[in-house]
Design a protein around this ligand. Structure first.
Ligand SMILES: Nc1ncnc2c1ncn2[C@@H]1O[C@H](COP(=O)(O)OP(=O)(O)OP(=O)(O)O)[C@@H](O)[C@H]1O
Length: 509
């Protein structure tokens, strides 16, 4: 949050935009392109895309394809700023898979880094729909399974003849990557870099930093400098520090051509993407971009999906739960995500909603305070339709792609336009329409209008609810509030007891 405030400050002070950001490629000048008309597309990839229901590419995908497969392909790093749900994942996945499809030796050549495990799983699934069609394998390093299980998926061990046993001291085994493409979260990635034998980034040709602004905001044990350092092996480094594992080498020569002077070649191509890409030069400099090309949609910095409709509901602070319940009832079980300002209020609101009795809607909490297994279970149920409403705080939902989410509800006003964009962007994806409702009290209306203006939104009509639908909930609300109070006290007591138990255990040790 502090970082977002800093960004806003930068914007207010009109800090100079980096020169390469001043002349972007405008994604909105591209149109959808049928796969049959896409130049150079590998027919096996075309078939795989068709099998997964994709018969044309979206504008951002066409733009990235042109910049990667066209003349001068992959000679520049790409920075993509394109609305939520516009298809950024396939925009980078397709050119990477197509380029690697001609590889003859398997080694880790593409790394995609994402901030959360659920997002990484989502992106892995996109790669998994196309990569096998051209014989490429995709791995995941997110800490979903034990580290040893993960290592066995990522590192190939030579198959031994029955009865033959290798002594690793006498017969150094050549360890090789079992995957061509790896989708990872920073924490697990660092673990593998530091500890996994045979795991190397020296052959990497593509580095994708998805949700860039979020990943740059959090340093995660300096994952980015470490990754960049691991890929910086040049001719000199190669001779002085030969790779321990495997006979396969990627020698990056120092470039002498114009524009590549002192740059290693074949070079590592970077693609960084977000719906709200940072313009902060200090942050962008961490990526060490090479002649970056900026792709953005239209002339305004923040753009919302075309078919997203924004509404506001004005009510007093203490009436918000009633308005929310009435709205949820009105939406008649359509898939919804309700956003609050913190994990604590997410938990409280979700508990309160459960005390409202049977609303005929299955509601679940989804927050960073929960165990990953529980969060993944909720997400699965939400995707499958067993859960219709998810209550969440911001951190967990960036990039989340759940089919059929028709509505987003801001129970708490988003503090920044970036927050509004990422929350609202969970609906109206892939050209579909969606609605974003924001609950406000009167004092917040003016501020909210100013906030929307930053994304060029002038119209945000008031959404009204039938007054009797709210009145009829009052008595249930009072009872639910009482139950919530008891529940909060009980949870606080349990926490204290747990804290006491673990501190006495520590003392005994
Ligand atoms: N060419 C296409 N045709 C049809 N559907 C597509 C196409 N490309 C992507 N999609 C679908 O569009 C949805 C949004 O794609 P994706 O998650 O990549 O968006 P995004 O731009 O990364 O959004 P966010 O900024 O929120 O992360 C996904 O459900 C995806 O399956």
């Amino acid at each position: 949050m502090e970082e977002e405030a800093k960004e806003q400050q930068i914007a207010r002070k009109k800090v100079a935009v980096l020169p390469w950001m001043r002349s972007p490629v405008d994604v909105s000048s591209f149109e959808n392109c049928p796969l049959t008309q896409l130049p150079f597309l590998n027919p096996r990839l075309e078939a795989a895309l068709c099998n997964s229901g994709i018969d044309s590419l979206f504008p951002v995908q066409v733009a990235v394809w042109q910049e990667t497969m066209g003349p001068g392909s992959f000679e520049r790093d790409l920075c993509v700023n394109s609305p939520t749900g516009s298809g950024k994942t396939l925009a980078y996945a397709l050119p990477i898979v197509q380029t690697l499809s001609s590889r003859s030796v398997k080694c880790l050549r593409a790394l995609v880094v994402l901030p959360t495990r659920d997002l990484a799983l989502q992106v892995r699934d996109v790669f998994a729909t196309i990569a096998p069609a051209v014989g490429l394998s995709v791995g995941l390093a997110v800490g979903q399974s034990s580290i040893s299980e993960e290592i066995s998926m990522l590192i190939e061990r030579p198959k031994l003849e029955a009865g033959i046993c290798y002594d690793p001291h006498h017969h150094p085994i050549e360890l090789q990557s079992a995957v061509d493409i790896l989708v990872a979260t920073p924490g697990r990635l660092i673990d593998h870099i530091n500890n996994t034998k045979g795991f190397t980034l020296e052959h990497l040709r593509f580095l994708v930093v998805d949700e860039t602004d979020r990943l740059l905001r959090e340093s995660y044990q300096s994952w980015l400098p470490m990754v960049l350092q691991c890929t910086n092996s040049t001719v000199d480094a190669f001779f002085s520090n030969p790779s321990t594992f495997g006979s396969l080498k990627t020698v990056r020569r120092i470039g002498v051509e114009r524009g590549f002077k002192n740059k290693a070649y074949p070079r590592l191509m970077k693609m960084v993407l977000s719906a709200t890409l940072t313009q902060d030069p200090t942050k962008l400099s961490q990526l060490q971009l090479h002649h970056p090309l900026f792709l953005t949609t239209g002339h305004i910095r923040y753009k919302l999906p075309e078919h997203l409709h924004s509404f506001k509901l004005i009510c007093e602070q203490q009436m918000k739960p009633l308005y929310l319940v009435s709205l949820l009832k009105n939406l008649q079980g359509e898939k919804c995500i309700v956003f609050t300002s913190s994990v604590e209020s997410t938990h409280r609101l979700c508990t309160l909603l459960k005390f409202f009795g049977d609303l005929g809607i299955k509601i679940k909490e989804y927050s960073g305070h929960q165990h990953q297994t529980l969060r993944s279970k909720t997400l699965r149920a939400f995707r499958e339709g067993g859960v219709q409403v998810v209550v969440s705080s911001d951190a967990m939902t960036r990039g989340m792609d759940v089919e059929g989410v028709r509505n987003v509800i801001n129970y708490d006003k988003p503090p920044y336009i970036k927050t509004y964009i990422h929350r609202a962007g969970r609906t109206a994806r892939a050209g579909n329409s969606g609605r974003c409702f924001t609950l406000l009290h009167q004092d917040e209306v003016k501020q909210f209008k100013k906030l929307l203006k930053k994304a060029d939104i002038d119209s945000c009509p008031v959404h009204t609810l039938p007054s009797d639908s709210i009145e009829s909930l009052r008595s249930t609300y009072d009872a639910a509030l009482e139950k919530l109070k008891e529940n909060v006290e009980m949870e606080a007591f349990k926490k204290r007891k747990l804290g006491f138990k673990s501190s006495s255990k520590m003392k005994k040790r």
